[in-house]
Design a protein around this ligand. Structure first.
Ligand SMILES: *Cc1c(COP(=O)(O)O)cnc(C)c1O
Length: 394
């Protein structure tokens, strides 16, 4: 049996909506993109949702909109994809990397509080809702022992919050939807994410001024977009450029795929959840494999990737395990080699691994197993059986 690590699910209305766009004669950003934005905003319960051509673009625009520039410093968890961090460098800002909670892979309010005490010049924090489990953003009224949520910690330090929700659609925590928490939230619709547009992203915000700035900057710094000029008979031909903006708009061809995906987002999330619950059940008897800690109700989890930790006493290390799994037709991956181990960040900031003890342990042992809506029970059982054969006691 062959169980690939990732598999795209485009079995809904994708082709039909793409056909509508092709027949409309307008392939770039217009009605379909506007419709995708409106539906997406509705689902996450946010006032503004602005479609762009990647999550990286979304993160770049978000940091630009809150005024991040040369000399500023921005805090990101070391356990993330380079996009979360590189956008600060686009703007001439520098990075402060912080450790994560090794049980979940997440930033915690306490870790961020300690890191901000040490680096009081930080202007913005970018939490990553790793694997689809949201960071604890709000204070816990029922459990004061838990203390402040991440938003309160950042407010106390006068720091803005830009969420990297590339893994976290649709996701919730503490009764709220990811996208309705912080100043700005950025989503990814890259091919292997929980919903896709091929390539694409979205910025969500409640703030009118931030939304206006991003709307202008995603299309060349033009004061209103091309679509309004062409469709409004009273609009004049004239437009103004108020800043050196970017070319980050989402084409309607991509938005068409997104609209069809959005219709099935919750059903696909539920399928991934069913798969994860089967994995967790089957793997319970295997001491060598430990799934990540679950701090939330499974229904609130986006379940983007299924990550387990290979325990230190296991017969094979994570590195030795991956090729053995591949030989049995099982795809596997590592999310992520932390940024402090990447040449660029390590050299620029002279980073020592012992500054990130939890991320170090996490990355040495983390293993992502196949997860997608169309994975079958037989495929999950094959993955678990293969792990059992390789790592089981007997
Ligand atoms: C995928 C991903 C991104 C980048 O998304 P793109 O849409 O490919 O730009 C950013 N952050 C994280 C955590 C991701 O997984």
């Amino acid at each position: 049996m062959k169980v690939p690590f990732s598999r795209v699910d485009c079995d809904g209305n994708e082709l039909e909506y793409i056909g509508q766009v092709l027949r409309s004669g307008w392939l770039t950003t217009a009605g379909k993109a506007r419709e995708f934005e409106a539906r997406f905003a509705e689902v996450i319960g946010s006032k503004h949702a602005l479609a762009v051509n990647s999550c990286t673009a979304a993160l770049h625009l978000a940091l630009e909109a809150i005024g991040i520039g040369p000399g500023d410093r921005v805090m990101v968890p070391t356990l993330t994809f380079t996009a979360t961090a590189e956008v600060a460098r686009y703007l001439g800002a520098d990075l402060v990397l912080c450790d994560i909670d090794g049980r979940t892979g997440l930033m915690t309010p306490a870790i961020v509080d300690r890191a901000l005490a040490e680096h009081s010049d930080v202007k913005a924090v970018l939490p990553v809702h790793y694997a689809g489990q949201a960071v604890r953003m709000l204070d816990d009224a029922d459990d004061p022992e838990q203390g402040e949520g991440l938003l309160s910690v950042c407010r106390r330090w006068g720091v803005k919050v830009v969420e990297d929700a590339a893994h976290a659609f649709p996701a919730r925590r503490q009764g709220r939807t990811v996208g309705s928490f912080g100043d700005l939230t950025c989503f990814s619709f890259y091919a292997n994410k929980t919903i896709t547009t091929g390539e694409g992203g979205m910025v969500a915000t409640e703030d009118e001024d931030l939304a206006a700035r991003i709307r202008v900057m995603r299309l060349h710094g033009i004061d209103r977009d091309v679509w309004t000029r062409y469709t409004n008979p009273n609009a004049s031909w004239e437009y103004d450029v108020i800043a050196p903006g970017y070319k980050y708009n989402m084409p309607d061809l991509n938005a068409a795929i997104g609209l069809a995906q959005l219709e099935r987002a919750e059903a696909m999330r539920q399928s991934r959840q069913n798969a994860v619950l089967r994995y967790r059940d089957r793997l319970q008897s295997l001491d060598a494999i430990q799934p990540l800690a679950l701090e939330i109700d499974p229904d609130d989890h986006a379940w983007h990737i299924f990550v387990v930790r290979v325990q230190p006493h296991a017969r094979f290390s994570r590195n030795d395990l991956i090729p053995l799994l591949n030989e049995q037709g099982v795809g596997a991956s590592v999310h992520y080699k932390p940024l402090h181990r990447m040449t660029y960040y390590r050299n620029r900031y002279q980073l020592q691994p012992d500054r990130f003890p939890q991320a170090e342990q996490f990355w040495n042992s983390c293993l992502a197993l196949p997860l997608y809506p169309s994975i079958t029970d037989e495929e999950i059982d094959w993955v678990c059986q293969t792990l059992e054969t390789l790592l089981g006691e007997s």
